[in-house]
Design a protein around this ligand. Structure first.
Ligand SMILES: Nc1ncnc2c1ncn2[C@@H]1O[C@H](COP(=O)(O)OP(=O)(O)OP(=O)(O)O)[C@@H](O)[C@H]1O
Length: 333
């Protein structure tokens, strides 16, 4: 059963021009001149119950705008959406009970209140009865550890705690769908891993349908079987993670700083080495190359000062998708 059905969805923003004069700001209040910015163009997709779909794209691609339309925060310029059979624009109240939403970049909790008070307000907003509320507190203390910081004002929580607190808030009314916009952003390695495990449990054991935006390919690999990739508001790929990996090979990256300009020797397993001054960047396929053997080889190029591991840039992924597309390898949607 499809729980999200989107057809030819489009969102244009009007950006009003500011007049360049001494009274520019005032004049622009009266000016009708504006530019259109197409944030989402003609998206069509369906998401089935219980899926965990990764929604990828570079900054400004239109991911958040899509999620805001699915959740009824923004109105589409054209196209249709149904979520659990409801229109987010016309039946927002009914729909509100069916989904929970987390924006990793900002909290939806009350900053100065103890977490428990925020939950209490949400409980009343969603009309959750006391028994279900107690079950909620128990369940998410167990899964998210919220009991530890229920009495702490939200502003005093660590980022990892705040993210877990926000996720629990999105679950207070036991929704069937979760829209998660960068739920691991800014977290350290340990907190990220914990968040991923929690999301996996929500998806696999509690059967929540998840639409997840992230810039972290590890999140996607761990959680999602399916990925949708969007660029400039347009869907450029919708397929399984396996298909994506096969098509583009998802390179990982190591940046190595040397004391002097490195004496680079060819590496069999690496895909690409670029050198700029005393820095070398190596793109490699982590499924084929072991990092220790790569580092051992790189260590022979000169004296190492610093090593940074990085995930592939989203731009590189997009570039490869376009390349596969023009090579006729990938069917775009
Ligand atoms: N309220 C708005 N008014 C005007 N333009 C907007 C508005 N909201 C978003 N945009 C523009 O729409 C485009 C898509 O933005 P959106 O936030 O959906 O991207 P995103 O894929 O979520 O990016 P990021 O990964 O940086 O969060 C961007 O060019 C953005 O500047």
């Amino acid at each position: 059963m499809n729980v999200i059905v989107v057809k030819e969805l489009r969102k244009e923003f009007k950006i009003y021009k500011t007049k360049k004069s001494r009274f520019g700001a005032v004049l622009s209040l009266f000016s009708r001149e504006y530019e259109r910015k197409v944030a989402v163009r003609d998206l069509t997709f369906q998401i089935g119950e219980g899926e965990c779909v990764g929604y990828l794209g570079p900054n400004g691609a239109g991911k958040s705008t899509t999620i805001k339309m699915l959740s009824g925060i923004l109105h589409p310029t054209s196209g249709t959406i149904t979520v659990m059979g409801y229109s987010p624009q016309e039946e927002r109240k009914k729909l509100a009970r069916q989904f929970g939403i987390v924006f990793g970049q900002r909290t939806q909790l009350w900053w100065d209140l103890p977490l428990r008070d925020s939950y209490d307000i949400l409980r009343q907003m969603y009309k959750v009865d006391q028994r279900s509320y107690r079950q909620f507190l128990d369940r998410y203390d167990h899964l998210l550890g919220i009991g530890e910081f229920l009495e702490t004002p939200v502003r005093k929580l660590s980022l990892g705690q705040r993210m877990r607190a926000d996720l629990a808030a999105a679950l207070i009314h036991d929704p069937r769908i979760l829209f998660l916009d960068e739920p691991t952003i800014g977290l350290d390695v340990v907190a990220k891993k914990r968040m991923r495990e929690i999301l996996k449990e929500l998806n696999e054991k509690q059967k929540k349908t998840i639409l997840l935006t992230t810039h972290d390919m590890d999140d996607i690999e761990y959680l999602c079987d399916r990925v949708m990739v969007i660029n400039h508001g347009k869907m450029i790929m919708d397929g399984t993670l396996g298909e994506l990996q096969k098509m583009i090979g998802l390179p990982s990256m190591i940046r190595v700083k040397f004391k002097d300009r490195p004496r680079v020797k060819p590496l069999d397993l690496s895909e690409k080495v670029t050198v700029q001054g005393d820095e070398a960047t190596i793109l490699y396929d982590r499924h084929k190359t072991s990092v220790p053997s790569l580092l051992a080889a790189v260590g022979e190029w000169g004296e190492l000062l610093d090593i940074q591991m990085a995930e592939p840039e989203m731009e590189e992924i997009i570039r490869r998708i376009y390349q596969s597309e023009s090579d006729g390898l990938l069917k775009t949607v």
